[in-house]
Design a protein around this ligand. Structure first.
Ligand code: ADP
Length: 548
């Protein structure tokens, strides 16, 4: 061979080696090796098979896609490459390079697109990488042509060696590609992106999912801080900036939730966390994860909405109950009014007019009218702050007057009254009428609680004393007592255990005492019954409107 031919040939070989070494996929590697081999030898038929006999799988393990145990390529296209048993034994197991004459039945190309010539010469080389046969290079020519010269075989073995070496890079690359694919997929499923932000250059590098979350074009890499800033909701940016500044100055872990605005106006909620370390450049970098929590936020919002809706429904139900009670409470006196008024008319319509009976009926009309009016007044003081009229009052005197008013009621109910007042109490500032309403309510409740009591004395004890800047008043009974489970519910508007109760008394009482700056509560007696107590402050900061 002439020198320049030799130089030209070496150039061809170098080029072929270079092409093979550049491949980064199994398929690409197999194709490049076949193309270069066919072109160098000048034959028209051949194939490359990667991964034969399972050894390859054992070697490359994770990176080699298990679902495709082998890769092959051939020219002409064939269904499969399968070496005849003896050839397989020599090439794959003994790793020999074999040239042999055969007939078309022994061709390794199974069901080729073009049928082989009747008599063929085969060249078959193992692809050996670190002790392992990772595949074969198979070429065939029509017998008679002197194609597979020793030089040709030498060049083919060089190409095969290069392919085997490249196989290593392909494995690594495939492994990397697969790991990366897992990460991208994982981040996509978890709606979570990773980022590194250089605190000196203010540039960020981020995973694909971050680009999706922020709606930033993939070409922008690294991402300048201004681009990132333009994605953050303007209302959330100041807090985010402050959180970043704090984390940067203290080097403490960073965590912040904020909103991201997409170019089409879509708004996402994200949670960002991160921590500081030294990046590859030696700069301090914030490395972390950004999670798209839009769906979680929406679910939380839906839950809050549902809770509010439920609370509203409960309120409406209470309103319904309240309305029912109001109707009941007002209907009774109204029915009474109508009946008494009709009776009155009947007395007047008689031949012998009975003015005294008519008068009685008219008085009953007035009484029932007052009852209806009282119910309405009670409701008014519950729903609206009644105008308080503060004066200086003697609390003992106020309570005593209520007891006096209730005297007949107490007697009728067979209740013994005991009074235990501290007579040295100073006057306090309070609305007399309202405080008396509280006491009256507590006394009535006490009487009612003792109504069904048999076999023990019905005793109502009213006491007063000074207590730590306050005066305290207690109304104790020997009635049915309080079920501890319902203790706080007693003060809820509409809570009642009585058939004709309105359940407003205690809630109104508590409201009155509270606006006086005091407190009203219930205690269970050690033996029988209950004690309702309230305290009122000795000194009122509220302006006193009257004098006493
Ligand atoms: P009402 O008297 O219309 O039921 P209240 O708000 O005054 O409304 O009272 C609410 C409930 O508290 C009563 O139905 C009763 O069950 C309970 N209660 C109030 N006072 C007493 C008491 N002295 N002893 C036992 N239970 C009481």
């Amino acid at each position: 061979m002439k020198l320049e031919d030799e130089a030209h040939e070496l150039e061809l070989i170098a080029k072929a080696l270079q092409i093979i070494s550049k491949e980064i996929s199994y398929q690409g590697l197999a194709k490049a090796l076949l193309r270069e081999a066919l072109s160098y030898c000048g034959v028209a038929r051949g194939g490359v098979l990667l991964s034969e006999g399972g050894e390859l799988l054992a070697k490359v393990d994770a990176s080699f896609p298990r679902e495709r145990a082998k890769f092959f390529t051939s020219y002409p296209a064939a269904r499969e490459i399968r070496l005849p048993a003896d050839l397989g034994e020599r090439v794959l197991n003994r790793r020999e390079t074999v040239i042999r004459h055969a007939t078309w039945e022994d061709s390794a190309l199974i069901d080729p697109a073009e049928p082989p010539p009747r008599n063929i010469t085969q060249l078959c080389l193992p692809l050996v990488h670190q002790e392992w046969t990772i595949g074969v290079l198979y070429l065939e020519a029509e017998r008679g042509e002197e194609i597979f010269t020793p030089r040709c075989v030498w060049v083919m073995s060089m190409l095969a060696s290069q392919a085997a070496v490249s196989f290593e890079s392909v494995s690594l690359f495939e492994a990397l590609r697969e790991t990366n694919m897992w990460m991208v997929k994982g981040q996509e499923i978890g709606r979570m992106g990773s980022y590194r932000w250089n605190t000196r250059t203010l540039l960020s590098r981020a995973s694909r999912e971050c680009y999706r979350i922020f709606d930033i074009d993939l070409e922008i890499n690294p991402v300048p801080f201004e681009v990132f800033k333009s994605c953050v909701h303007p209302d959330d940016f100041p807090a985010l900036e402050q959180a970043i500044a704090e984390a940067v100055s203290t080097k403490s872990p960073f965590s912040q939730e904020y909103r991201v605005v997409h170019r089409d106006g879509t708004i996402l909620s994200v949670a960002a966390v991160g921590q500081f370390d030294l990046g590859p450049s030696g700069d301090v970098e914030l490395e972390g994860i950004i999670t798209d929590i839009t769906e979680r936020k929406a679910a939380e919002q839906a839950l809050t909405d549902a809770r509010n809706e439920l609370a509203r429904a409960v309120r409406l139900a209470s309103l319904g109950e309240l309305a029912g009670s109001i109707i009941h409470e007002i209907n009774q006196p109204l029915t009474g009014i109508i009946m008494s008024a009709e009776a009155c008319l009947r007395w007047l319509a008689r031949d012998h007019v009975e003015p005294s009976e008519a008068r009685k009926s008219a008085v009953r009309v007035i009484e029932q009218g007052h009852r209806a009016s009282d119910v309405i007044t009670g409701l008014k003081s519950l729903v609206r702050n009644a105008q308080l009229n503060f004066t200086k009052i003697d609390i003992n005197d106020a309570v005593e007057k209520v007891l006096l008013l209730s005297k007949r009621e107490l007697e009728r109910a067979g209740v013994i009254l005991r009074i235990d007042f501290d007579r040295t109490l100073p006057n306090i500032a309070a609305d007399l009428v309202q405080i008396q309403q509280v006491v009256l309510n507590l006394v009535r409740n006490a009487i009612e609680a003792m109504a069904d009591v048999e076999g023990r004395s019905r005793i109502l004890t009213a006491s007063s004393k000074a207590a730590d800047g306050h005066v305290s008043v207690t109304i104790t009974d020997t009635g049915v007592g309080i079920n501890p489970a319902n203790r706080e519910r007693l003060f809820d508007a509409l809570y009642t255990t009585k058939e004709s109760g309105l359940g407003l008394g205690l809630s109104i009482c508590r409201k009155i005492v509270t606006v006086h700056g005091g407190r009203l509560w219930v205690e269970e007696n050690t033996t029988h019954g209950a004690t309702f107590a309230f305290v009122l402050p000795l000194c009122q900061s509220i302006q006193i409107s009257g004098r006493n």
